[in-house]
Design a protein around this ligand. Structure first.
Ligand SMILES: *Cc1c(COP(=O)(O)O)cnc(C)c1O
Length: 421
């Protein structure tokens, strides 16, 4: 046990950590259902779905079977010049599930790469259409789109990583984060803020890029669905493309299959990732409409991207099975039950000292504090209480697997309540 942790501490980077003064780390040895087992035998209820991915929980026999069956046929072949049934069958499903105009699909190997590809799509579109000056992006503050350079350039400029890369990151435009909450009408100031930026910059703008309805790792903020309608209208009027990053929101998490389903709007490009494979393997995809696809290739142009592990058959096979499982478990009923319980059990915490806000949507529950929390200390307390919850900044949040049982959700919310006492 100490061997693993000691070697890890000496040699392994973890997400956003120091190699000199790393935060403590726990060794997981197995995971089953919603439980993660540690080396010392303790079992934790997973409140994070391993960063939003493991929507069906862990070690799911059906997902395992999909991987095993595929590995015995073919674990990988190059996608350059070849295709295969797992890719086609998954693409067919994704095209069916997403807004009707999105019928061209690119498989990427992670969410960040999917965002890079989406950005290339919109840039190449305008380049091919003799408008190369339309090469800046407009996005909303408080967003998170990944850690690669293109994706990072549209992350929040303050909480994102901009200052360390200021000389190499392209300077994009940021609208203020919409203050109108989910479920509310869009306030005039939110509407005007976006309108003004589009009106004055549309000639240099390729696209508006945003996380629809739920801004995830940039602050867990849920905003008015009407903002998306307004965004679409502006993009149509001023000839901007519209990109939705549904990497965190996809596959039922917000109470609809995709966040875009909360409203009658279609983006030009939609990115999915994270829960796509049910948390088993890395895979992401960009779906685009006909305008983008044919526009890029109008003069014989080609989309300039091609990952080595593009459309990996194992990942595609398990993603297809994960989507089928969603239907089989009646995800909509489950997510709405999780929501009702999170709302009921977290809402009372809003009265506690130090709590600024409590909000829930779908299978996401957030307690926002007045100030940043001590992550290492809170995490230890949560582990001692038998739950896996990883706060960031001023946010303590849960987004459990959809199969989490009511008493397990209560254990999660009780642990949060106790931590705030
Ligand atoms: C996690 C995330 C990404 C990046 O995905 P990776 O697989 O970590 O590269 C992009 N956009 C959103 C909204 C995300 O939540």
């Amino acid at each position: 046990m100490t061997d693993i942790l000691d070697f890890d501490r000496e040699h392994l980077w973890h997400p956003y950590t120091s190699m000199v003064d790393p935060l403590p780390c726990y060794e997981a040895v197995s995971a089953n259902g919603v439980m993660i087992e540690l080396r010392d035998g303790r079992k934790l209820i997973d409140g994070m779905s391993s960063w939003w991915c493991a929507i069906h929980g862990y070690n799911h026999p059906e997902l395992n079977r999909a991987i095993v069956e595929q590995i015995e046929k073919m674990s990988h072949v190059m996608f350059g010049g070849m295709t295969h049934a797992p890719a086609v069958e998954l693409a067919r499903k994704l095209i069916d599930m997403t807004p009707p105009s999105l019928n061209r699909l690119f498989f990427a190997d992670s969410g960040s790469v999917a965002m890079e590809v989406a950005i290339k799509m919109v840039m190449q579109y305008w380049f091919a259409n003799d408008r190369p000056e339309k090469s800046r992006l407009l996005t909303i503050a408080g967003g998170y789109h990944g850690d690669t350079f293109g994706a990072m350039s549209v992350c929040d400029p303050v909480t994102g990583m901009h200052e360390k890369f200021v000389n190499v990151l392209p300077k994009h435009l940021f609208a203020p984060r919409p203050s109108s909450r989910f479920g509310e009408e869009l306030r005039d100031d939110d509407r005007d803020d976006l309108t003004k930026l589009v009106e004055s910059h549309h000639n240099e703008l390729a696209a508006l890029v945003l996380e629809p309805i739920v801004q995830g790792a940039g602050g867990m903020w849920f905003y008015s669905a009407e903002y998306l309608k307004h965004a679409r209208e502006l993009c149509d009027e001023f000839d901007l493309l519209l990109v939705f990053d549904e990497i965190a929101t996809g596959f039922g998490r917000t109470g609809e299959m995709f966040a875009v389903d909360h409203v009658d709007v279609e983006p030009d490009v939609l990115c999915v990732g994270k829960a796509l494979t049910g948390g088993t393997m890395t895979l992401a995809a960009c779906l685009a409409n006909e305008r983008i696809a044919t526009g890029i290739s109008a003069d014989g142009g080609v989309l300039m991207h091609g990952p080595t592990f593009m459309a990996n058959p194992l990942a595609c096979a398990v993603a297809k099975r994960s989507i089928e499982l969603l239907e089989e478990i009646d995800w909509r009923t489950r997510v709405s039950a999780v929501n009702a319980q999170l709302e009921h059990e977290l809402r009372p915490l809003s009265k506690l000292k130090g709590v600024r806000d409590v909000r829930t949507i779908g299978a996401i529950g957030v307690v926002q504090m007045d100030a940043a929390v001590n992550v290492a200390q809170l995490q230890k307390q949560f582990v001692d209480d038998g739950v896996w919850i990883r706060p960031f900044n001023d946010l303590i949040y849960v987004m459990p697997p959809y199969i989490t049982q009511p008493e397990q959700i209560s254990t999660l919310t009780r642990a949060i309540g106790k931590a705030l006492m």
